[in-house]
Design a protein around this ligand. Structure first.
Ligand code: 73E
Length: 805
């Protein structure tokens, strides 16, 4: 975008005064942020509108990404960067006497996602807009995002996240796009026509946020829905207090569970609410432009991100049947051709199933349609595939609705999110489906936004890379490979090390201010940041740290490679094991950080309230990227890609996308350890793993595990016992003890390598150079060309958007 600094400063001052009737310098940083965000949004407003109209006029195929979570991170810097005015904004603020860092800090993070799933959706929004694809988000505007985590006495406490307190500068409430969503009541068919009685209606109000592409390629829309009482009910005084409360509740908060599922009615309501609102809107706009529903799958694609939006399938059927009056067969063909589904997990506890009586009561017409989908599925497939296969794959089984089955049956494409994960889906978890419809199954390895995680989060590294290889990599990340030519260039390697050190200093400063701990910035920064879950095995790292602690206590004079272990993780509030792991980490940290034998050698930091915003501070400072899930459990992971991009070396099992990282960089540039997936399967099949035997026969393991319960670390009686029981009494479900020695060895290898700085820096550079293929841009291109069959717009070459300001 073309704008001068002077013009920007002028606009900013005016915008501030318009908004707050006072002067910019006297405003609070929150006000300064809000006015700045609003101003930048106004810069793209006309272009945003024009792009929406252009898509329709040109009849370009639109893609709607339905996701119950988005995790966009902060908007300001990323949007300014994509508008090519980040420097102008930064310098302009400075010249106006404002502190840009304070302004960016004042932006509330929209924590409307839990972790990887939501963050992936947002990376894809960014990539879609940057490449000029008409890719729009459809989700929920939760008034409260994921809880704010506070550590109190080592325990996680959960505080409400009121991210909308100061309003969201980027959103536009579009009440004219409101739609009615019907719940409950009775439905019966009068011929083919459904008659509704006594329904409980809710209005879905649209809030649109612009998704601004890099170099302003295009501006797409992320539409988030908020529930309100229908205005007619309000005006006629028909709505009771209970009704207001029940409606408010629908979009009040995000369920705080990651990779797990609870069959709560409210969650089902949320799912139908945003899906119905989204599908109705899509259909309405097509009517407005007189596009025949028969052409739907040529004009739009609907992406179902995990099973939460799977009701899009029967909802689309409902509209095609009840409103468009198509036959079942016509409607079904259109639905399948329009919808595609991504699976993100193989964990049993994350598989959504709903009690049929619940679905029937909440959304009776939708349930009728699901029953019919099920009936026809059995009728048509039994003669071809036999009873066994059909029974195991039908959507309704034993009075439960299986959402993954519905999603697969109603979609033309089913993909996993990394090579290994997709293989597990088609050969194991979804084998019956892939036998019946192999053509639907495919892999789309996840991708990340290099703009956010490198260009914006680590500008010094961006500069260094551009100094070496020019600027092509900014839009063509595969060409980062050219950087390999510098792997023996001492001057580049030492600049790389300096940048890492500066980023470590920045993080150390944050840790000092927030944890009161002064960490040794010459130590290895060993980082484990992700949601807390037993399968991700934060407790394995904990055991390793305790092992090092004992080593130092036994050998206080040993030549020990200093280490700072950094954790960041939220636990679902009802997940006892996960919460107990947090407590134990904090108490182990307390003991170690206060032990003079460990001073400047071994330090443990738990960073409170880890989320998308803190990730951007921590990732550039990471030297070891911990990706230590049990093989076969982590579908992909994306933190692994982000840390690799910033030059960290992966310490990982052959799980999820670690396998692809390994294939790009080779064994010599990462630390692979642990059981392979096949080995885990073998132990499971034969039930031949006995953690208690291992514990009894292995003195090192025994000592470490016993320390959880023998008072070595005070104040963890109950919590230490939980982990002990998990490991010993309940047979160590995730094989942490089995992988312990292999992990310790890999860690020792890393410590040894770190002493050779040149070698380490070289490997770091090799990791950066090989991270290009993980760009979300490529992932979105693959989705577009292989699943959505959507085209990007022809790109402008001049890159200049001139605003009317
Ligand atoms: O491996 C990650 C993956 O990188 C996976 O665990 C995560 O999705 C990421 C993006 O593909 C994920 N989250 C959920 N399922 N898989 C999930 C399930 C239910 C609620 C919230 C999140």
């Amino acid at each position: 975008m073309n704008i001068s600094k002077e013009q920007f400063k002028d606009d900013y001052q005016k915008a501030f005064t318009n908004m707050y009737a006072s002067t910019l310098e006297g405003g609070s940083s929150t006000q300064q942020y809000t006015a700045l965000g609003t101003l930048l949004r106004s810069y793209v407003a006309e272009y945003w509108r024009d792009e929406r109209e252009r898509y329709i006029k040109e009849g370009q195929k639109q893609v709607f990404y339905f996701s119950i979570e988005f995790l966009p991170g902060k908007f300001l810097e990323n949007n300014a960067n994509n508008m090519d005015i980040l420097d102008i904004v930064e310098e302009g603020c400075k010249e106006l006497g404002l502190d840009f860092d304070e302004i960016t800090a004042a932006e509330a993070e929209p924590a409307i996602g839990n972790g990887g799933l939501g963050r992936l959706a947002s990376c894809y929004m960014d990539a879609g807009a940057s490449l000029g694809y008409p890719l729009h988000g459809n989700g929920i505007r939760y008034r409260h995002g994921l809880f704010r985590q506070k550590i109190v006495d080592g325990y996680q406490a959960e505080l409400p996240d009121n991210w909308l307190r100061h309003r969201n500068a980027w959103e536009v409430r579009d009440h004219k796009s409101s739609v009615l969503v019907r719940f409950g009541g009775n439905v019966y068919l009068d011929g083919f026509h459904p008659v509704y009685e006594d329904t409980d209606d809710v209005v879905a109000v649209a809030y649109d946020i612009p998704m601004i592409g890099y170099h302003l390629s295009t501006v797409n829309t992320m539409r988030l829905w908020s529930a309100e009482v229908p205005p007619e009910e309000e005006e006629e005084g028909l709505a009771s207090k209970e009704k207001y409360e029940a409606v408010d509740e629908i979009t009040e908060f995000l369920y705080p569970d990651d990779s797990s599922y609870e069959g709560k009615l409210l969650r089902l309501k949320q799912e139908y609410f945003f899906v119905s609102a989204g599908i109705q809107t899509i259909m309405k706009s097509f009517k407005r432009y007189q596009i025949s529903p028969k052409d739907l799958s040529e004009k739009i694609a609907i992406h179902i991100n995990d099973t939460h939006p799977a009701l899009a399938i029967p909802e689309l059927m409902r509209i095609l049947l009840d409103e468009e009056k198509l036959t079942w067969d016509q409607a079904w063909e259109i639905t399948i051709n329009t919808c595609a589904y991504t699976n993100h997990t193989v964990l049993r506890e994350a598989m959504e199933t709903w009690r049929c009586d619940m679905v029937k009561k909440l959304i009776p017409r939708i349930y009728m349609i699901i029953e019919e989908i099920d009936r026809r599925y059995v009728e048509q497939n039994k003669p071809i595939y036999g009873d066994e296969l059909v029974q195991s794959t039908r959507p309704i089984q034993d009075d439960y609705l299986h959402m993954a089955h519905l999603a697969i049956i109603g979609s033309h494409s089913v993909n996993g999110v990394a090579g290994l994960h997709s293989k597990i889906l088609s050969e194991d978890v979804l084998r019956d489906f892939s036998e019946m419809t192999p053509h639907k199954f495919n892999n789309k390895t996840n991708g990340i936004s290099q703009r956010r995680y490198l260009h914006v989060a680590n500008p010094e590294l961006r500069e260094l890379i551009s100094e070496c290889i020019g600027e092509d990599w900014l839009t063509n990340p595969a060409s980062m490979k050219v950087l390999l030519a510098y792997q023996n260039d001492q001057s580049v390697l030492s600049k790389l090390a300096d940048i890492k050190h500066q980023n470590k200093e920045k993080l150390a400063q944050y840790i000092k201010e927030n944890n009161g701990i002064e960490v040794n910035t010459d130590a290895i920064f060993d980082v484990l940041i992700k949601r807390l879950h037993a399968y991700k095995r934060q407790h394995l790292q904990l055991l390793h740290i305790i092992h090092l602690y004992f080593y130092l206590k036994d050998n206080p004079q040993a030549d020990f490679q200093p280490r700072v272990f950094i954790f960041g993780a939220k636990a679902a509030p009802s997940y006892v094991f996960a919460k107990d792991v947090i407590k134990v980490i904090n108490e182990v940290a307390e003991t170690i950080n206060n032990d003079p034998d460990c001073k400047d050698k071994l330090q443990v930091v738990f960073i409170e309230n880890y989320g998308a915003a803190l990730a951007e501070l921590i990732i550039p400072a990471a030297e070891i990227s911990e990706q230590i899930s049990l093989a076969g459990k982590e579908a992909s992971g994306t933190g692994n890609m982000k840390m690799m991009l910033n030059g960290a070396l992966t310490m990982g099992t052959l799980d999820g996308a670690n396998v692809e990282i390994n294939s790009f960089v080779g064994d010599e540039n990462m630390f692979v350890f642990g059981l392979r997936k096949e080995e885990v399967d073998r132990y499971n099949e034969r039930a031949s793993y006995n953690s208690k035997d291992l514990y009894k026969s292995d003195a090192k393991i025994k000592r470490v595990v016993d320390s959880l319960v023998d008072g070595t670390f005070p104040r963890i009686q109950i919590e230490g016992q939980t982990i002990y029981d998990h490991l010993i009494t309940h047979n160590d479900e995730y094989y942490a003890l089995k992988d312990f020695h292999s992990f310790v060895e890999a860690q020792e290898k890393a410590a040894k390598l770190y002493k050779n700085k040149d070698e380490w820096n070289k490997k770091s550079l090799i990791n950066i150079a090989n991270s290009g293929p993980f760009s979300a841009d490529y992932a979105v291109q693959r989705y577009a060309s292989e699943i959505w069959i959507a085209q990007p717009k022809a790109m402008r070459t001049d890159k200049s958007i001139v605003t009317s300001h």
